[in-house]
Design a binder for this molecule. Sequence first.
Ligand code: SF4
Ligand code: SF4
Ligand code: SF4
Length: 264
Amino acid sequence: MRWEKEAEALLKKVPFFVRGRVKKKVEEFVRQRGKDVVTREEMLLAKKALREQSSQVAEGFVVEGCFGGAGCPNALTSSLKLLEKIEALLAREDLTRFLQKKAGGPLKHHHQFRVALSECPNACSQVQIRDVALIGQAEIGIDPSRCSFCGECEKACEEEAVSLTAEGPQIDSGKCVACGVCARSCPEGALFIRRTGYRVLLGGKLGRHPSLAREIVPLASEEEALSLLKKVVKFYKTHNQKGERLGAIFERLGWEKSFEEILK
Ligand code: SF4
Ligand code: SF4
Ligand code: SF4
């Protein structure tokens, strides 16, 4: 493959650490067009095509978890199976073909329907900017008769949501983020994890008009979360225009009204 001087000058502007790879791709592009000389024009055409290619995605959805499944000590839930079920559900719903039709062309990152799950309220997997967010939560039970007044729970709670009274521990629900740390630190079982589940939030996104996902259900079991996701997808398919994000639909129709429709 021969390179004309002007094309070579353009290639020199590419950062050195990717230059070799870009050169190979440009030559591949030119060869596919049945030519054996890289001109300035060919170089510009290749640049446009490569840029488009890199912004395209094969799937209409993404499902992400956090590292909780790999043994994180903060994990409240263990959701490998749930993540697989979510993936299967979205594949059955054929979101890829649905979005291709809606977008009227190849899918790009901003079209993808994104579900993210964190196994605890630390939310390491940036769930708040995804279409559907699932956050592992603990419901804390209190049995004051077992309390030895050691004060460990007060010390352990980063939110200062636990206070030790003469009647035993009390939790301020306005401050509590349901992380379960107080229950884990209680040596007597006076504070304990009654059940775990998922807080479900919807409508997060970045881009030109970013929004954080908002809570639709405070604590759902695995089955409830899956059944809710089915309803969310139905709503999304019914109202979607041009492959827009779920949060954009909420903004257009109203968040409250949309949540009511999903839950009915
Ligand atoms: S979200 Fe919680 S469980 Fe998941 S990796 Fe972060 S701290 Fe660990
Ligand atoms: S669950 Fe977490 S935030 Fe809530 S009271 Fe216990 S330690 Fe504090
Ligand atoms: S850690 Fe448990 S036993 Fe100790 S004060 Fe708190 S509730 Fe009571």
